[in-house]
Design a protein around this ligand. Sequence first.
Ligand SMILES: C[S@@+](CC[C@H](N)C(=O)[O-])C[C@H]1O[C@@H](n2cnc3c(N)ncnc32)[C@H](O)[C@@H]1O
Length: 420
Amino acid sequence: MANKAKLEALLTLINTSARDAIALYEKYGDVPTIDQMEPHPLDDEVDQVALKSAIRTFEGASAQISTTLAPPAHTAINLVQVYDHACVRVAARENISDILLNYPKATRGCYNEVDMDVFANNRLSLILLNANPVRHMILLHVEPVARGAAVFYETLKDPKIAYSYEPTVAPVMYAINKEGTEGTFFDWMARNDGQRESYHTSMRALNVIMGSLAVLTHFPFEKYSTVVDVGGGIGAFSLPLAKTHKNVKIIIHDLPEALVQARGIWARECPEALAENRVQFEDLNFFEQVPVKGKDIYYLRNIIHDWPDHESALILSNLRKALGPNSRVLIHDYVLRQLSRKQAAAEASNLGVTSAPEPLLPNYGVGSMRAYEQDMTMWLVHNAKERTLQDCFALATAAGLKLEKVWDLAEACVLEYSAA
Ligand SMILES: C[S@@+](CC[C@H](N)C(=O)[O-])C[C@H]1O[C@@H](n2cnc3c(N)ncnc32)[C@H](O)[C@@H]1O
């Protein structure tokens, strides 16, 4: 494609994807405006796959045009002169959005300036309300993760740990260890109740950030009667599952301290599942123990990405021992897309993974930004990573799992396996 034709094609993609997103909002009424003070009904929809697909193309094409047309120095400085995290930290810690709820008259779109120096909440700033789990995910990123990012270079230059995949020397732990703390991020949280509770609450934010609950409408949970949520935390996935699929009995496996918090939340938010004996909480250390055996579905959301290959292999081999002949394993994580168009096309035709329309970068470029940023987050926090389809395939095959299907949910994927 000639250079100018590429830009024209990107402009068309911007136009069509934005119109697709507008049409989705219009199914619920009006399109949102940035300065509206209440959420839009589509914001809370469980299945956001169509919206996420449209936005992925829109973001990818917009950034690709901008990077093509802007002077390179302009783009490069934009990448590093990013202080949003420092500013959002102040707003989140000081509860500015909550304060503005009581004083409805108070840039980059977060907060409206309704008069000179008078700001009000908007659709974006409401995310920072104290009760919103996304605020907890933001605090996780702007506090411990940011400390790891600040020493990332030093960890690469320190000959004792530069080549180590040990979770105990991940950049965040390297920064924290200077205060005399040892162990993994999870060991550190076991001793810090406030940090741990905020972390588990933040997992509920994944439902909206990654649109993860789309699995509830795409995967046929109605055909199964038992689901084991391995490393299920407080039940960010299982709690909505218990509300939408009353046919399913759920077992949540996690560390004991996570399950204490889980029991309290379920008693408040889904007492009927407790009363009807539809949920059980069972302590499990997935490195040392085998999950409850012979159940229908074993669901692992954002678990394998927390661990380097050695530890992930251990989790999967324990899991494999639990499987019956008809059991299925669902691994729900980002899958990093290939930059090679040939490989992306092969994955699209063999496995049904969508590939980006030309001339978008085959991995959607900035449209897939959260996957690549989260890959970095996993490195900083755990010395771990997000994986490509080949990486996932290699790990699972070595553990005796057979890939049955890829459920591409536009942002993350669910890889469905059986016992090989
Ligand atoms: C990223 S969170 C994901 C939680 C949940 N699957 C979700 O998506 O909301 C990782 C979970 O793994 C749990 N975990 C960490 N180490 C574990 C271990 N050794 N055994 C069992 N669970 C563990 C943590 O307590 C936490 O709940």
